[in-house]
Design a protein around this ligand. Sequence first.
Ligand SMILES: Nc1nc2c(ncn2[C@@H]2O[C@H](COP(=O)(O)OP(=O)(O)O)[C@@H](O)[C@H]2O)c(=O)[nH]1
Ligand SMILES: [Mg+2]
Length: 290
Amino acid sequence: MSGNNLGSRLKSLFKRGKFSDVFFEDLEDLLIEGDLGAITTYELISQLKSEIKDNKKVNGLDFLDIVKKYLSDIVLSFDYKPVLDKLNLILILGVNGVGKTTTIAKLSKYFKEEYQLDSVLSAGDTFRAAAVDQLVYHGKKLDMRVVHQQDGSDPGAVIFDTIDSALSRGDKIVIADTAGRMHNRDNLVKELKKIDKIIMSKVYVETYKKILVIDATTGQNGLRQAETFHEAIGLDGIILAKYDSASKGGIVISISRDIKVPVFFLGTGEGYDDLIKFDKDLFLNNLLEI
Ligand SMILES: Nc1nc2c(ncn2[C@@H]2O[C@H](COP(=O)(O)OP(=O)(O)O)[C@@H](O)[C@H]2O)c(=O)[nH]1
Ligand SMILES: [Mg+2]
């Protein structure tokens, strides 16, 4: 259920107005179900308890304000802008099916509209046969160049080639796809470290961003994915895909809190235009239905 109706359920709980043990137990359940994570939940509840002690007259609306203020101090956002006179490399990471390839297509359209820059798409997911075709398809639709090799080739070599060709042609943005297979964690980590090293040898560190795509519907599993990728190569940001689902994305609160990686964008549908910059205030208003 991942955060469904968290705000309205909080509101109806607060309306009861009796701050009994049962009230706090129900509140705890709601926050946990909303994917806020255990530590956030316990700290938030102890803060609410002390606010009640200090001010007996807190009402439902004050309560939501306290919750929002608390979460606002935790959630991290980042306003991503490419560096206009250098080659920008965006490495897109994430487990299978979260929305990586679709997000790459959306990002390329976004950069075209915002900065009039074409992106070169790098088909670094060489593990799944259809992945290269999918990127080539989007490239054709959006009129973006795609660099690819045959299925099963070395992803590091594909990305290496892409960067070389982008540098020689003066392109400013490379967005690289990767395979998200997780069944063998050691292999995945090894491969990611290799790709990371290749990229670091070719682009300026300030123009290189490692972005993890998380599926909003996966709940706490998203935090474990973020931890795995962050430990492997260090993440710069998160894109939360499928935010148009019933989930309100409470998982980014746990990710911000536990590994301190900010959110860049939200994916809001399957179309090329369904990508919006992450706005913390809007996100929290939507989560809490304020
Ligand atoms: N509703 C919705 N679907 C999405 C979004 N992003 C991706 N998808 C869908 O999720 C599925 C998997 O996407 P894909 O990009 O192939 O994932 P990948 O395996 O990580 O590359 C596709 O059917 C996409 O259309 C989103 O923001 N909202
Ligand atoms: Mg893909």
